[in-house]
Structures are given as C-alpha cells and as structure tokens.
Design a protein around this ligand. Structure first.
Ligand SMILES: Cc1cc2nc3c(=O)[nH]c(=O)nc-3n(C[C@H](O)[C@H](O)[C@H](O)COP(=O)(O)O)c2cc1C
Length: 731
C-alpha cells in the first residue's frame, strides 16, 4: 500500500473519531491519577509480602467473632467485613498480621466518579459504552496506521527508532512522541476493546461450577486453622479474596479466590474440597482491567497519563499538519492546455508550495500564461514551452509522494513543442542525499532531450535568500523581471542558539584577509566538524553559512573578510565575550568518516576550517593527509598551532601545501596530480576524499581526480562518488 493511502486512512480515522478520543484522553489523564491517589494511602501493612493466609485467617478468627469476607486489592490493601466483640460492624482496611482495624474504605472522589462515567459511557449508558468501545478500536487502528507511516518514513524496522531531523515542530514531535507512546497506546486500546466486549457479553462464557462430594465431607480430623497445610502454603500476596463459612455446619466452607484459581476448603480439617483454574477469559479480564486503569502501579499509571497527554498532542499536531497541507493547495486561473509555462511541484509537507505558488503568480503578473500542478500530474501540455520544477526530496534521496510516478511518466509522455526546463530542489543538508530527487528530475528531462534552461539549483532548509538568488538567475536568463513578494515566504530565524565569542584573530595580520572566530555555545549544543553555522547579521531571514570546525568543544570558523561582506563584516565586528544567536545546521553528508582505510582532505583558503576540527576529532588516528592550497606561507600562520598539534599527535599524517602567490604558482590539483598513484590507490582501497573550499578549486580538483581515476583505475570518479567515497562542501 502506498504511503498516501496509509496517510489518508490515518487521517480519516482520526477525523471520524477525534471528539470521542479527545474526551477519552482528557478523562483518561484524570483517571490515571486515581490509582496513584489510592496507592499513596497508608494502608499497606509492613510484612504483607511475607505473611501466609493461615496466619491472617487465624488472627482474624481470634480477633473477631464473625468475619464474612476478606479482600486484597491491587494496592495490597487488606479489607474485610467483620463483627467485633461489642457487636459492631466493621468494614474497612485491616492489618493482616494483627487484624487491627486501620480505617474506612477509600471513597472514590466526585471528580473520579464523574471522569469514570464520562470515560466509560459518556453518561449515555449502553449506547455511550458502545461508542467508547468503538473509539478504542479506532484509536487502535490509528496507532497501527501511524506505526506503518513511521516505518515508511524510516524505511526499515531497524531504523524505527533512529534519529529524525527536526524539520517542523508539529511533525517532529508527532513522530517522536508517537514512537514513544505507541506501545502504551496499543495496550490501552486493546484492553479498552476487550473490556467493552466483556461488558456486552461478547466473550465466551466462563464455566466455574465446582463439584463437591457433600456426602464425603467430615469434621475429622479437626485442626486449628493456623495449621491448615493449604493455607500455610498460600502467601497473602497471591490471594484476591476469601469468603468465610456462613455457619459452623460442615457443608459450609472457606472459598479462596487466588490470582489464578479458586479453591474450596473444609473449615474443620483444612482439606481441599475443590480446585478450579480460572479460564483464560477471566485471567485476561483482570489483566485488561489492571493495564487499562493502571490499578496497583504508580509507574504504569504515569505511563498511561503520559500516553493520554500525547494523544491530545497528536490531535493538535495532526490537525496542524493537515491544515498546513490543505493551505498549500494548488489553484489555477487558466486551463492547462492554454499555458506556455508549466510549474510542477513535488512536496510532501507543503512547505515547497508557497515558493512554487509565488513564482507561478509572478509569471501570471508578468503577463505569461502559466499553469501549476503536482509532478505526478505530468502529461502532454499542448502549449507548454517552459517547465519549471520545484521539488523536495524524501527518504534516501527519493521523491515526495505527489511525485513518485513522475520519472516514469516523463519517459512515457511526449510534449508537442520543444521544451526548456529548470529544476529547483528543496532539501536539507541534514540528509546525505541533498536534493537528490531534484537532480534525478533534471537528469530525466535531459534524457528526454529537453533544453536545460538553468542548471539544477539546490536550496537548503527553504532559504529565501537562495530562492531569490535562483529567481534572479531566471530573470537574467529569461529577460523577465519577476519579483517575488517576500511577505508570505519570510520566516524569522528558527532554532537559534546563543554563542559567545571567546577568540577572534585580527584581519590585518593575515595576508588573505582571513580571520578565525572561536565560539562557545552557551548551552549544550550537539554539532560536528563539517556542520554549518547559519549567522543572521540583521536578525531577519538573511543568513550566511560557515563551515564549522569543532575544536576543544568550541565552534571554530575561518572567515574571509570582504569590504562589503554582509556576513564577514558582522562576524568581524563581534568583540570578545559578545553573545549572539546563530543556528547549527547538521550537514550529515560532510562528516569525517568513522571508519576508512585512509582519508585525503583537500581544501583551499577558508575551506580548511572544518578539517582543522575533524583532525582534532581523529582520535582513532585514521591515516589522514591534508592537501591545502593557499596564497603564501604567511597565510598558514593562523592555522599553524592547530596543525602542529594534530601532526604531533599523529591525527594528521602528512601535509602538502600549494602556494598560489609565491614562486611557481601551484594549486592543490597540481599536488594531487603529483601523487596520482597514491590518490588512485586511496580510492581503490575504499579510502575517502573530502573537499572544502571555493567552487573554482572544486572544479579543478574534480577534473584532476577524474583524470587520475580514469588513467590509474580505469573507472570514472562518479563510480567512487556513488560509493560515497567523495564528500564535498564547496561554496
Ligand atoms: C523524512 C524526511 C526525509 C528527508 N530526506 C531528505 C533527503 O534525502 N534529502 C534532502 O535534501 N532533504 C530531505 N528532507 C528535507 C525535505 O526535502 C525538506 O525539508 C523540504 O523543504 C520539505 O519540503 P515539503 O514540505 O514541501 O515536503 C527530508 C525530510 C524529511 C521529513
């Protein structure tokens, strides 16, 4: 079954039952505190866990002329109904070792009584009970379909509890809390259904009739109850209740209800007259009741309260997500076969849609005929000349649901006019396959011999800045002057954390105008070398990203100062001890490998920053070589201390430098070419190459690496790239 069918089922079940589920959860939270309020009462006696039934019955018989019943509840409180020496009727809790009266039975409070009736039957008796039973069953189905959705999202059972990325508050917590409360919710719902079936007599009848041979009952040999072997062998902890003989007639006896069976015992001789194991239905009923109500366990009651609170949160977050998806509906003004521009959208959770919609509206405003639809609705558009795709990526580089058949459809669909296309990917650096589906779409169009109007463009984390950058390229290429209103797309910086400047080097002292900023997170902050730091110089949507090196628990950035640099001027203006807010972006695809036969780090300029951190973190001393391109020897001064440390500690094996401004101009690719055999061997033996620095350097290095691979290993670089042996973060 596809993910959308599971999602619709999950949603439909939730919509159809949410009022009942809401009431059941609210009352469930209240009722979870009933067992807790009972358990904290002082009626559990010391020694309860070790006393035998013989001892308890013996002291009761001695203390009171008449005892009718004795019960042990789930809180291990012993209650009884007795008549005392002075003919007083005593009903309440007793000490099972001394038979002392401890207090009257706990009356359920009005709040709990009200909540119980509402929870069980909505004050509607049988009809209400039926609906609440049904609601339990529907909640069970919701939990199962939710679990399937998590499985589909995580791609395997093994990864069910794997870390997930916090992309959106409602969605993140819906999944995280859903996983945590799945088992309790399944238990609550299954037991709820069971108790309803029991109430409506829909479970098989249990036959508990006993057969006693009354003729054979004798009063001899008479024994004191304290000496009854059967009672001596029963611990009070195993007893649920005791019915005392009605009179001293030999045909009246003790009936003992244990946890798993009922026994009947001769009141004079202690002989067991009958013994019947409870049927499964009875055992399951007790278990269901205890599990459903939390009776007898404070911890389980708290788990039930937690699960019930979560259900309320699921109602809120589920509807918040649905609303967001609904808001993101695509609406058209023109008929599809009349439009030259077709905007196609791939989106799972709707956040790509406002971008696509804004672009589509601007096309209309610019007087173009435009049509917007989902990628899966791709077909022959009679007048189409330009296709613009905006798509997210999911799973492991896979399409969102509304784009999952697109690549196939693309192959099978012919357009009537020559087509130009542009693809914009929305994704997140937090995933190794950053915007992979957008790249696949771009390749798909190329394979159809369509004209690539703009190269594929990848946007991290819905960056408005990056989007504007793409729109501006589109304007330049098309001659249009689209201007996207920022209002609906602008979001204030999210999830920022306070960072304190602990050190900043001077720009003046460095020939490359580069400075290093060391930042200390105010609170515990999880990050790795290779992650990115988003800085917000004006505290608005505009962000600047810097690659992070983690050194001694601090964030270390290497920044090139530009006279008009938005980000670099801001960072350079920060004084020591200043605290400011920025956001760490997990860049999973660019972390130092945990295991590798060898690692080659290739950088130029400020691209060394993450590598300095990674080398410090290379505690397992993986054979690591650094190829670094810089202007002149002095450019190295700011990194010298750190590099000396890692060289000395064998966390860095060798460093190869290429100076571009002194002597024979050299670039890192020249160094690689010199070590061609070594580089080829590294890839051949499953080593990893990491690249960080300028895009110009990336281009040169990739060409060289490809040539080395082709000549030395007879394989293209792409082969190793697909095996994830090449990691890049260039800008
Ligand atoms: C479960 C999940 C998996 C994701 N997988 C990827 C991925 O493999 N590559 C990527 O670049 N982004 C990935 N993302 C990020 C989304 O593509 C990104 O947040 C996008 O902006 C969501 O757009 P939408 O709200 O329109 O669906 C993933 C997000 C989630 C929630």
């Amino acid at each position: 079954m596809t993910i959308s069918i599971w999602r619709y089922s999950h949603l439909a079940l939730a919509v159809s039952s949410f009022v009942f589920i809401f009431l059941a959860s609210v009352t469930g939270i209240v009722l979870a505190f009933q067992p807790i309020s009972e358990q904290i009462q002082p009626y559990k006696s010391d020694g309860f866990d070790t006393v035998s039934l013989a001892e308890t019955l013996s002291v009761f018989n001695k203390a009171y002329p008449e005892v009718t019943t004795l019960e042990i509840d789930t809180n291990d409180f012993v209650s009884a109904s007795v008549i005392s020496e002075n003919d007083k009727n005593l009903n309440g809790y007793f000490n099972p070792i001394t038979a002392e009266f401890l207090g009257k039975k706990i009356e359920s409070s009005k709040v709990f009584q009200f909540a119980t009736t509402l929870h069980r039957s909505l004050f509607l008796k049988g009809v209400g009970r039926f609906f609440m039973g049904l609601c339990s069953f529907l909640l069970f189905l919701i939990a199962v379909s939710g679990a399937v959705l998590i499985l589909k999202r995580q791609r395997s059972i093994k990864k069910f509890f794997a870390k997930i990325v916090n992309d959106n508050f409602a969605q993140y917590w819906h999944v995280v809390l859903g996983r945590l409360s799945l088992i309790p919710i399944i238990i609550i719902t299954v037991t709820g259904v069971y108790l309803s079936l029991l109430k409506f007599n829909l479970l098989p009848e249990s036959n508990m009739s006993q057969s006693i041979n009354y003729e054979a009952i004798t009063e001899r040999p008479k024994q004191d109850i304290a000496a009854f072997a059967v009672f001596k062998n029963i611990k009070l902890t195993d007893v649920k209740s005791v019915e005392f003989p009605f009179s001293s007639d030999v045909a009246d006896f003790y009936t003992i209800y244990l946890k798993d069976k009922k026994i009947v015992v001769n009141q004079f001789t202690g002989e067991v007259l009958s013994e019947i194991n409870y049927p499964l239905v009875t055992l399951l009923s007790t278990l269901s009741l205890n599990l459903h109500t939390g009776k007898g366990s404070i911890i389980w009651s708290l788990v039930l309260a937690f699960a019930s609170i979560n259900i309320l949160f699921f109602i809120y977050s589920g509807f918040a997500m649905t609303l967001k998806r609904q808001k993101a509906k695509l609406r058209n003004k023109l008929k599809k076969h009349k439009c030259e521009y077709i905007v196609l959208v791939g989106s799972e959770n709707g956040s790509t849609i406002p971008f696509a919609n804004a672009f589509y509206k601007q096309l209309l405003k610019a007087g173009k005929t435009a049509y917007i639809t989902e990628l899966n609705k791709y077909q022959t558009f009679k007048k189409a000349k330009h296709i613009i795709v905006f798509t997210a990526t999911y799973g492991e580089g896979e399409p969102p649901t509304n784009a999952n058949t697109f690549l196939q459809q693309l192959k099978n669909t012919e357009q009537l006019q020559p087509l130009s296309f542009s693809v914009v990917g929305f994704g997140s650096y937090a995933y190794p396959d950053f915007c992979q589906f957008a790249l696949d779409v771009d390749r798909g169009f190329t394979a159809q011999h369509a004209h690539q109007f703009l190269p594929p463009f990848k946007i991290n984390d819905r960056s408005l800045e990056a989007f504007n950058q793409w729109v501006s390229s589109f304007n330049t290429a098309s001659g249009l002057a689209l201007h996207i209103p920022q209002k609906k797309l602008v979001a204030p910086p999210k999830r920022t954390k306070a960072l304190q400047v602990v050190r900043k080097t001077e720009v003046k002292t460095n020939p490359d105008n580069t400075f290093i900023v060391t930042l200390k997170p105010a609170k515990n902050l999880r990050f790795n070398s290779g992650d990115l730091l988003a800085v917000y110089p004006e505290n608005d949507y505009r962000e600047r990203l810097y690659s992070i090196g983690k050194v001694a628990g601090n964030i270390q950035l290497s920044v090139k100062h530009y006279a008009n640099g938005f980000g670099s001027n801001y960072l350079n203006s920060l004084q020591q001890n200043t605290v400011f807010k920025a956001r760490v972006i997990n860049n999973a695809a660019f972390h130092f490998p945990e295991k590798a036969t060898r690692v080659l780090l290739i950088a130029n300029g400020t691209g060394i920053a993450p590598f300095v951190g990674m080398l410090h973190e290379n505690t397992s001393k993986i054979d690591t070589h650094l190829y670094y391109g810089l202007r002149e020897q002095e450019s190295l001064i700011v990194y010298k201390y750190d590099l000396d440390v890692v060289l000395k500690n064998k966390q860095l094996h060798q460093i190869h430098l290429a100076f571009s401004r002194v002597g024979n101009t050299k670039y890192v690719q020249n160094l690689l070419q010199n070590d061609a055999v070594f580089v080829a061997e590294t890839l051949q033996n499953n080593g990893v190459i990491m690249l960080c620095g300028s895009l110009a350097m990336q281009k040169g290095v990739l060409e060289t690496l490809n040539a080395i691979c082709e000549t030395q290993n007879q394989k293209p670089l792409r082969y190793y790239q697909e095996k994830k042996q090449l990691k890049m973060d260039c800008y």
